[in-house]
Design a protein around this ligand. Sequence first.
Ligand SMILES: Cc1cc2nc3c(=O)[nH]c(=O)nc-3n(C[C@H](O)[C@H](O)[C@H](O)COP(=O)(O)OP(=O)(O)OC[C@H]3O[C@@H](n4cnc5c(N)ncnc54)[C@H](O)[C@@H]3O)c2cc1C
Length: 388
Amino acid sequence: LINSTVIDKEMIKDVCDGIIKQISREYMIECEKNREFPTKLWNAMVEGGLLQLGFSEEYGGIGGGLTEQVYSLDLLSSAGLGPVVVTPNGLARIPILKYGTEEQKQKYLRATTTGDIKFAFMITEPNAGTNAMKMESLAVRQPNGDYKLNGQKIFISGFDHSDYSLLVCRTTAYKDVKDRREGLSLFIINSKSPGIEAYPQNIALPLAEKQFTVYFNDVIIPKENLIGEEGKGIRYLFDGLNPERLFAAAHNVGNAEFLLNKAVAYAKERAPFDQPIGSYQSIQHPLAYVKAHIEATRGMIYKACELFDQGKAREAAMYSNISKLLAADVFREAADITAQVHGGYALDEDYDIAYFIIASRGSGIAPANNQLILNYIGEHVLGLPKSY
Ligand SMILES: Cc1cc2nc3c(=O)[nH]c(=O)nc-3n(C[C@H](O)[C@H](O)[C@H](O)COP(=O)(O)OP(=O)(O)OC[C@H]3O[C@@H](n4cnc5c(N)ncnc54)[C@H](O)[C@@H]3O)c2cc1C
């Protein structure tokens, strides 16, 4: 257990090494195959204090910032133990910490640090994916101040294991706003509320967490569950999106490292022409490139985290976006060469590679697709005109 107000990287590494010794990749494979939540891993993370990182003691935390949270994810993912649910859960906590009432912080944040509650994150709708602001789910204020919610969300990761969800919905319909960023609000919603129905989707990715379509039929959201002011939700959400990009980047760069280690070990042994295939430059150079790209991406990730932890969120945005883009790319690059190195065995499930080939493809699509990231860089960093 990390037990200090001054967190250093060595402590986090010790805790993660302990978890890696305790929880095997085989356990994760079983969870992924059966699409079962990795409870043992989650509990080990709680016991190690990893969910307390990024919060002060007053909310049940042990200090540290985004850097430390991201570092722990990077280490676990590098051992093939990346829990996807950390991303929605981690994202959800940030707007509550920054814009929540003291009561919301005490009630929800503290319980996330002890693992007693988990958050899902709900923004995507069938007609509002990349263009999230076009969403239709609408919460209408009732005479007593509470809200009545109707609508639908899709692709909600880990909804079955969530206690609460951070919900982004409209409080003013899309057709009634002048600017599409207006009229969106953030709510904490009890995932078990009457009027919610959820159905698992048939997602081909063997992730340990399932994705769900969630329907809202006259769901009552108590007024005290609104975060900040009504209609200002998108501004609050943006504060959580850069950390979300960095959690995803850590996960992807860690997966790339896991695959690289696997490929290198195999390339040293496999010798169909009596010489290890790792001696051939057709194999060696792509592996060396992956190593170079992993380290360059990590440099970007930790630069973004550092800026974020210094309170320079605006400056961190470019680096967070670039991190997400490069990490998705290097994961795909690593999966591709690892498959090549293993030849036919790459497709033998017992070699634990096929899963990563599909997962790496997904990394350029979710949580934000690479085109959206390129749009950000093109428009907001380079100042180019918007085309859509
Ligand atoms: C495994 C998984 C887990 C997920 N978990 C969650 C979750 O927990 N919560 C949640 O709310 N959502 C979740 N999502 C949803 C995810 O965030 C969306 O799928 C993603 O934002 C893309 O939306 P879309 O699928 O509707 O694609 P669309 O918006 O239909 O876009 C399709 C493609 O068109 C291109 N494109 C679209 N717009 C532009 C543009 N302006 N410029 C250039 N190209 C563009 C992109 O290449 C994009 O991939 C998850 C998705 C997956 C696959």
